[in-house]
Design a protein around this ligand. Structure first.
Ligand SMILES: [Zn+2]
Ligand SMILES: [Zn+2]
Length: 136
């Protein structure tokens, strides 16, 4: 009888550990390789959770059921955010939208001929005018 209880406990523990590590792996995938259209940050995002841990603890301590509800609410309100500007509006870096945004950020308009040229360019490849110190 005792052996069965121990076995059941171990089984529950193993399932719990597997589900947590699977969740973490899914989050790892969700956070890496993202692009923030807000500030142009590329790379790993940070995981943010809505609500506060102190409130959660308090609710658990005094009222078990609201604590449970609050924990469930927080669990479903996790999101990937930009570590630079805190924007929630992050998109995968390999998406079309991100590629376009990155490309347009790397380009500027030549003030002389209005052609799109690379932002690092010092001389316009269309009209040959010098662009040093000119920010467009
Ligand atoms: Zn950002
Ligand atoms: Zn030009």
């Amino acid at each position: 009888m005792y052996a069965f209880i121990v076995f059941a406990l171990v089984a529950v523990l193993v399932i719990l550990i597997i589900s947590i590590s699977a969740k973490n792996a899914a989050w790892e995938k969700k956070l890496s390789g993202k692009y923030c259209p807000q500030c142009g940050y590329r790379g790993k995002m940070v995981k943010k959770i809505r609500g506060s841990g102190a409130v959660e603890l308090l609710l658990w301590f005094f009222f078990l059921v609201p604590g449970l509800i609050y924990s469930a609410w927080r669990g479903s309100n996790q999101y990937a955010a930009c570590p630079k500007c805190g924007s929630r509006d992050v998109i995968p870096v390999e998406s079309e939208k991100a590629k376009q945004a990155i490309e347009s950020k790397q380009q500027k308009k030549c003030p002389y001929c209005a052609e799109m040229i690379k932002s690092e360019a010092k001389i316009c490849r269309f009209c040959g005018k010098e662009l040093s110190g000119c920010k467009v």
